[in-house]
Design a protein around this ligand. Structure first.
Ligand code: ADP
Ligand code: MG
Length: 627
């Protein structure tokens, strides 16, 4: 019985914390809300019940109907709690805030009000099987029903924790800023898991209260949340199967069965304390020696066909033959497959393949204007943008334009305000004044993910990746408005979004081949070298089908060979119609690639022109020499 209710609760917590990274220290509050909700929904009115306890409602509903409402109440409560912390609160602050919410909820339930009978709590709750109390003799029937609910719950849970939606949630967990930059609605996704997690927690609480027949403030404390959190960590963070193992080990064996140790059955407090000591020791052990838990979160492998699940199987796209032909011609290899196997092409080859990929009519990259039309209308227009940090005017009235289909350089000494300007353009800091318009629309007040969805995609000065996802998954996350992330996609499941996902996987393979990283597709992104990370970041941005890419010092820290490869890729991408704003310290690439260059110093635009022109100007030389 405890296993089933703890499992439902731990699954909900795992969706919030393990999958999406929302550290909900106050999770016990939704469990308690569910338990109380079951009480006040099923009890008759206090007067009809002997008037010895005080509570609201007393609706005397059928237990089955009550559980439907209990789940809904949990979802609403979870969503309300998420609302309190929705404003891009850092995860650690959010965790503390959730703890406070639980403390407030406990205080409210304890206070001697007529709400839920204060400290004594609610008793004589109707048993769903028609009898009262745990000793009713049909305990095993109840356990059977609970296990059936767990199985059903698992299939609901999977709709959120697996597939493209689960992948996006994990991306938010691993790096919420990088997820924002490719258009993920981080706030909305966090809200979603707290709504669903709230439903699971409340159902668990309701079932528990119904079985015990009572619920009071002493039945729930913060330590219950810790016990569930330990089950998630020990079982396997983000792994639904792992949580099953974790729940058996922690809340069931360590917490419940410790009281049956011979000699301890007469000393329940000692038994509970020993249970907690073992739980703590186990947590420390797993964090040190096996952080992925008993059953780690397995990511799907792509293009391997080992498990013949369709979305893990990438069919060879028809045009690959041409790619390989180009590749093998250049590499002078005997057969196309030899060329694929060779792991280190020159940047030139990579560029050629890239070109042939982007020349594909099947699904052209940016729907932006053709290169010939470039320069007619600016894609991005910035006017008089100011960003202040306290007294520092990091960006001090910058105006500039970036046309489509060209590469515009943005240079300037360290501290000039380049990164801050990028943040302001892409929605990562709020400008104090000024206007930004993109593709003819004012975007100054749009949140970051909206700007990315409109086609304004950025990279970061320090490259970021979703480190617990594989390389190809890092790309797959980039797909904009995936049908699997819509309400219909969640409701209808695989058959609704399979086609889109297959195309998504195809596209990721195209890019990986073009960048010659296909042999690392199924590797964890955290194992990549610095240069490979830059490439993955670029590919992920391309998956989001940008109209404009803002690259913040993409060459920083790259080896000369990787820098050359990156430049080659840039050259090929330019002909696809994407506009670039290239922030770079290394002036060589700027001179070679950028038509127009904007030079910033101390938050202001100092000079605009070609690199050759800029080199001649005394104010530019002075800024670079003086810093
Ligand atoms: P660049 O990218 O051109 O090297 P930045 O945009 O990173 O320059 O920084 C511009 C100025 O703004 C610097 O003086 C820097 O110290 C300041 N700055 C940047 N970010 C912050 C912040 N979050 N808080 C306070 N000051 C900041
Ligand atoms: Mg910078």
């Amino acid at each position: 019985m405890y296993f089933a209710t703890d499992l439902l609760a731990a699954w909900g917590l795992n969706l919030e914390y393990g999958v999406a990274g929302v550290l909900n220290f106050g999770y016990i509050a939704v469990i308690a809300v569910g338990a109380y909700a079951y009480g006040v929904l099923t009890l008759p009115s206090p007067a009809a019940n002997g008037n010895y306890q005080h509570y609201v409602l007393g609706l005397h509903l059928e237990p089955a109907a009550a559980f439907v409402i209990v789940i809904a109440v949990g979802c609403v409560f979870g969503g309300l709690v998420a609302l309190v912390g929705r404003h891009r609160l850092r995860p650690d602050y959010q965790a503390i805030m959730l703890l406070v919410v639980a403390a407030v909820a406990l205080a409210v339930s304890e206070a001697d009000t007529a709400l839920v009978n204060g400290n004594p709590g609610l008793t004589l709750l109707p048993n769903p099987l028609g009898t009262t109390g745990p000793t009713a003799g049909n305990g095993w029937v109840y356990v059977g029903i609970l296990l059936a609910i767990c199985v059903a719950g698992y299939f609901v849970l999977r709709r959120f924790s697996d597939g493209p939606l689960g992948r996006s949630l994990r991306a938010v967990r691993d790096d919420s800023d990088a997820a924002l930059a490719i258009g993920k609605d981080v706030v909305g996704l966090r809200m979603l898991v707290q709504v669903v997690g709230g439903g699971f927690g409340a159902l668990a609480g309701g079932l528990l209260a119904a079985f015990i027949g009572a619920w009071s403030p002493s039945a729930w404390s913060f330590s219950e949340t810790l016990s569930l959190l330990t089950a998630v960590i020990v079982g396997g963070v983000a792994s639904n199967y792992g949580v099953v193992a974790g729940v058996i080990l922690v809340p069931v064996i360590l917490q419940q069965l410790s009281q049956y140790i011979p000699g301890l059955n007469t000393r329940p407090q000692l038994a509970a304390d020993i249970g907690w000591m073992l739980t703590s020791a186990l947590t420390i052990f797993f964090i040190w020696f096996r952080p992925t838990g008993i059953v780690p979160d397995r990511r799907p492998r792509y293009g391997v066909g080992r498990r013949r699940r369709l979305w893990t199987y990438a069919p060879e796209p028809a045009h690959v033959a041409t790619d390989l032909a180009v590749h093998s011609a250049l590499a002078g290899a005997a057969s196309p497959m030899d060329a694929v196997a060779s792991d280190s092409p020159t940047s030139h080859e990579a560029g050629e393949i890239l070109a042939s990929t982007f020349a594909l009519p099947r699904r052209p990259f940016a729907p932006g204007p053709a290169p010939t039309a470039a320069g007619t209308a600016p894609l991005l227009e910035v006017s008089d943008v100011v960003v202040k940090f306290g007294g520092v005017r990091a960006v001090d009235g910058v105006s500039m334009q970036v046309p489509a289909g060209t590469i515009t350089g943005l240079i300037g000494p360290n501290g000039a305000g380049k990164s801050t300007l990028v943040n302001a353009l892409t929605g990562f800091v709020r400008p104090d004044s000024g206007r930004i318009s993109f593709n003819g629309k004012e975007i100054s007040n749009q949140p970051a993910h909206r700007r990315a969805r409109a086609g304004l995609v950025r990279s970061f000065q320090l490259s970021r990746q979703f480190s617990r996802l594989s390389v190809i998954e890092n790309l797959l996350v980039g797909r904009q408005s995936h049908p699997a992330e819509s309400a219909l996609g969640i409701a209808l499941g695989l058959r609704y979004w399979k086609q889109a996902e297959l195309e998504n996987v195809d596209r990721a393979w195209e890019l990986l081949r073009a960048f010659n990283l296909h042999t690392k597709a199924n590797m964890a992104a955290s194992n990549l070298s610095g240069g490979e990370r830059r490439m993955v970041e670029l590919m992920r941005a391309l998956m989001a089908e940008p109209k404009m890419l803002v690259l913040d010092e993409p060459l920083a820290g790259l080896s000369p060979a990787w820098a050359e490869r990156f430049e080659e890729a840039l050259l090929q991408l330019r002909s696809s119609g994407i506009g670039f704003l290239l922030i770079e310290h290394e002036l060589g690439i700027v001179e070679r690639q950028c038509e127009a260059v904007v030079m910033m110093a101390r938050g202001r635009v100092l000079s605009v022109g070609t690199m050759q022109e800029l080199r001649m100007r005394p104010e530019v030389q002075a800024a670079y020499v003086m810093g």
